[in-house]
Design a protein. Sequence first.
Length: 180
Amino acid sequence: MLAAMAELTHLNEDGRARMVDVSAKPATERVAVARGRVRMLPDTLRRIHDGGMAKGDVLAVAQVAGIMGAKRTPDVIPMCHPLMLTGVNLAFQEDARPDALGQCALTIQASVSTNGPTGVEMEAMTAVAVAALTIYDMCKAVDKGMTVDEICLVSKSGGKSGSYERADAGALTAPHGSRS
């Protein structure tokens, strides 16, 4: 049991939660990309695209919310270190083709960077989650059946563990109907 706990960096010698000390780690350039999706009715996606939601420009608000979410990650994820983020960008891609359940999708991708002693994977995933929840909040009056899913790390670079690329990463392209 103690050997297994030694592998978990967020546990102290008593098996209790702790924040990892990164003070001895060198600052390196770190970038993380995360992605997620909001599924919705075709009419909801059309209204977002056409600017027809009563609460305003859904993607503009979601973009700002995602940036704010990345910056506030240590406030909601207990073991995350406060980091000086050097960049946060979100992109949105619409998929107007209904799936088997009759829902379309809006994919959100966040890229977060820093020059520091620890990575920004959680900041990128938080940015996606907050942007997705903002989209839900702004559209729930017309589509309460929306779902948020597939939030995942797409890639990361920098740090001791090196680079990671998700096997099914597939870059978010910028076809017609996409905004960033």
